[in-house]
Design a protein around this ligand. Sequence first.
Ligand code: LMR
Length: 394
Amino acid sequence: MFETVTPPEPDKIIRLMGLFAADPRADKVDLGVGVYRSPEGRTPVMAAVKAAEQGIWERQETKGYVALTGDPGFLDAMRRLILGDAVSASRVAACGTPGGTGAVRQVLETVHRLRPDATVWISDPTWPNHPAIIDHLGQTRQTYRYYDAETGGIDRDAMLYDLAQTRGGDLILLHGCCHNPTGADLTRADWQAVAEICNRTGAIPFVDMAYQGFGDGLEEDAAGLRLLASALPEVLVAASCSKNFGLYRDRVGAVLVVTGEGKAQAAAQAVLAGMNRQSYAFPPDHGARVVQDILADEGLERMWRAELDDMRAVMQGNRVALASALRDATASDRFGFLAAHRGMFSLIGASPAQVDILRDKHGIYLVGDGRMNVAGLSPETVPKVAAALAEVLA
Ligand code: LMR
């Protein structure tokens, strides 16, 4: 069966991980894949996670199946964390998934089944796996303009113009916070404008919430999504615990469907259960239980929130340090946008050829579109990275 197959190319992020791993240089710098690193260059297991895992080890007495949609306690904790009290619990259907990518896949596949004619609108640019999954499912997609490379901010007028072209039932894929790859987020007024467009055209927002807590804080980062949820009849959410709980390899994610109370909510819950059953039956439990146990215990939650605050401060510190080093190195404010962006990523404005030079000559790894993971920087590497960027992007 496979003899005649042309092997598919991995996407640009996965390809870069392979190139970095194969590079023997000791002073190489990984600013590629979106993984948090401490100033010492580690991706630590959070102390709150360790403590929760210990509790599970001590108390768990069975590894029997839980439920097709995952543990209701986990789903309720995720609903509260993400939606706060923006909508009543009776309007929300939910299921656990293997990671945020699993959630994105389940949402898109659900929409594909229920509304095969819907167009999925994605920002230009977006995370490469969004169009990859949409294409894999055979959905129709369109891009809406988003990023203004001149200002390092959002091209608001163009975005709203494009979104106004959506039709009833279309899906608008938005990044809840910490836009990947640009680092440029919507303001409250922008979220409000998107809500008004959805109300007018009948398009449904689909919010990918992969970095809650990495921008301005847990509540702040969810404010836009909550605004949509309280203003619209239907909102779909794909959530990830990879980054904010550091549970990357444990694959912890969830789908939240905000819909009508009663019949609609019950139907959505049954659809999600069926989707899970046909994809992988039961979602993974261990990481989800860690999250559930942390959020159910005041002490553990406090510990986790403090660790998350520290991670956010490290990333913001890296941004400020790099922007300042680049100001000195280029005698200009050209890279000032770095400090204004939020989350792990920024588009640095490097062409693919410049990205190649940064990698080959300086051992600095950025994604081909010029995306930099600022969490990969450290006080030690900022001067080297700033000097190389100033030279190569001159
Ligand atoms: C990224 O964008 O680098 C992360 O979300 C990891 C991934 O799966 O691509």
